[in-house]
Design a protein around this ligand. Structure first.
Ligand SMILES: *Cc1c(COP(=O)(O)O)cnc(C)c1O
Length: 493
């Protein structure tokens, strides 16, 4: 038998679990972001553990742990570090890892209901439960005629939503003849790039993407501008297919007015996709649920459990109001996949809800999270980070030389330097603040550009981030900002 026998697995499994537990327990011994030159990991491997190529003969698996310690960890960005404030979080809670282990242990491939009934039905029950817990409405549950699925990413979710929208808009003609160059998809300048990618992958071409103007003074989609764009396109003989409303933009966490957007879309039978990849999970907390206002009117709604909801990547939750929409767009059945259960119409075959055929039993890790922590535990996690962000934003407001670059959104705070010496000096100072935080090793932040200004984004949300970690970050920013203000003004060229 080429594999481990179960007893060896048990022994090694303990060692591997110990490794993970030790890594997490001592994660703050390491810098959040490694100082690594391009190619250095490859060189270490080809000069070391993999010199001479892949091993021809079995090697002790314990050795792998040593190489991971020596080569992999020192060259990894530690997304689970409590000082990780970059991008959006990618929570990989220890509870979810135990669910991952069960999923891998079963090793089932749930492409069809019949290839592993539990993989499908556990996912259905969990997604119905989360639809209710988020308050997005009974219409998105299987009981209500809709349904949810776990996709690998919000990007894939946007793509399949677009394909369902194309199918619906063309009345089936899209399946037969493809696109005709007249389809249009509505976004804003702040919509995630995955929508532009979905448009490209779907073969619509960049001209299909209509960037709708924001409500003046904000970055949120203007329903009036949307109505005008849709009407103008229809008058020009074009075909509005989908509008993507974002709840929690990647830049600053801005929220589009979903209810008003949906009303405009409904008048022209345009598919509404809500991309709430990061922020949507906040709906679990009744006091934060206002960010999902109007989402019950969407045709599809996506939020990532793998960002801020404790579940190890990948687990993007996608609901559709019409459970037949994705299969109508995506189902193709070769003879070898035919089976009585599918033919009976009594089951969901999740292969028809996604691009790939095969799929993992991702629901187990989500189940482990909600079983182990309870919805109350999830809410406490979200509320803790939101409270830290509220506190941080208040400190920024009160600090001379720093300003909020956008209204704080949930657990995201965007700030920039305000030197009083003009935009270029502000940008240079903010850039320096970002560099100094990241050079410290104990915290990591990223940046964006808001209104043409360079901005530091602080996305609070790692599983282990506590108020003291945000306080330490704030002390550094504050001290660096004060030091910068004391430095002599650089003459500009
Ligand atoms: C992160 C993010 C995405 C992409 O998420 P993936 O699951 O990594 O594809 C899409 N939209 C928004 C608003 C995001 O913040």
């Amino acid at each position: 038998m080429p594999d481990l026998d179960p007893d060896e697995f048990r022994r090694l499994g303990h060692a591997f679990v110990d490794w993970v537990a030790d890594h997490r327990a001592r994660i703050t011994d390491h810098d959040v972001q490694p100082a690594v030159e391009p190619g250095s990991v490859r060189r270490l491997l080809t000069d070391g553990a993999l010199a001479g190529g892949l091993p021809e003969t079995p090697q002790p698996l314990e050795e792998l742990l040593r190489t991971v310690d020596e080569v992999v960890v020192p060259a990894s960005t530690l997304w689970q570090h409590p000082g990780f404030f970059g991008y959006f979080p990618a929570n990989a809670s220890l509870a979810s890892l135990l669910g991952e282990l069960l999923s891998g242990g079963l090793g089932a491939q749930g492409m069809l209901w019949s290839t592993s009934p539990a993989a499908t039905e556990v996912e259905q029950v969990l997604l119905d439960g989360f639809a209710r817990a988020l308050g997005i409405g009974e219409a998105f549950t299987f009981d209500g005629g809709g349904g949810g699925s776990i996709q690998d990413s919000a990007s894939s979710a946007a793509l399949v939503a677009l394909l369902a929208a194309l199918e619906r808009a063309g009345g089936g003609a899209w399946r037969e003849s493809g696109t005709d160059g007249r389809e249009r998809v509505y976004v804003t300048a702040e919509t995630h790039s995955s929508l532009a990618k979905a448009v490209r992958v779907a073969g619509l071409g960049a001209r299909a993407l209509r960037v709708v103007e924001p409500v003046p003074g904000t970055v949120s989609m203007s329903p009036d501008a949307l109505a005008a764009a849709v009407a103008a396109d229809i008058a020009a003989g074009l075909r509005p297919v989908m509008v993507c409303a974002t709840v929690g933009t990647t830049g600053t966490g801005a929220v589009d007015p979903v209810r008003a957007v949906a009303a405009v879309a409904a008048a022209h039978d345009v598919w509404v996709h809500v991309d709430a990849a990061w922020a949507g999970v906040a709906g679990l907390c009744p006091e934060l649920r206002h960010v999902l206002d109007g989402c019950e009117l969407a045709d599809s709604f996506c939020t990532d459990a793998h960002k801020w909801l404790l579940t190890a990547f990948d687990a993007s939750l996608l609901w559709v109001r019409d459970a037949t929409a994705l299969p109508r767009a995506l189902s193709i059945t070769p003879e070898y996949l035919r089976n009585a259960a599918s033919e009976s119409g009594a089951v969901v075959d999740y292969r028809d809800w996604q691009v790939p055929l095969g799929r993992r039993f991702r629901a187990l890790k989500l189940w482990a999270v909600v079983h182990g922590l309870g919805l109350d535990g999830l809410r406490a996690h979200l509320r803790g980070h939101v409270a830290m962000a509220v506190d941080l934003a208040a400190k920024v407001r009160a600090e001379p030389g720093l300003v909020l670059a956008a209204p704080p959104s949930l657990a995201l705070v965007c700030l920039r330097a305000d030197t009083g010496r003009g935009p270029e000096a502000d940008d240079a100072a903010t850039r320096t603040l970002v560099e100094r935080v990241n050079a410290s090793g104990s915290a990591f932040v990223t940046h964006t550009v808001v209104d043409g200004r360079y901005v530091m984004r602080i996305a609070i949300g790692a599983v282990t981030t506590q108020p003291e970690h945000v306080a330490a970050l704030w002390q550094r920013i504050r001290a660096d900002s004060a030091a910068l203000r004391r430095e002599p003004v650089q003459p500009t060229a």
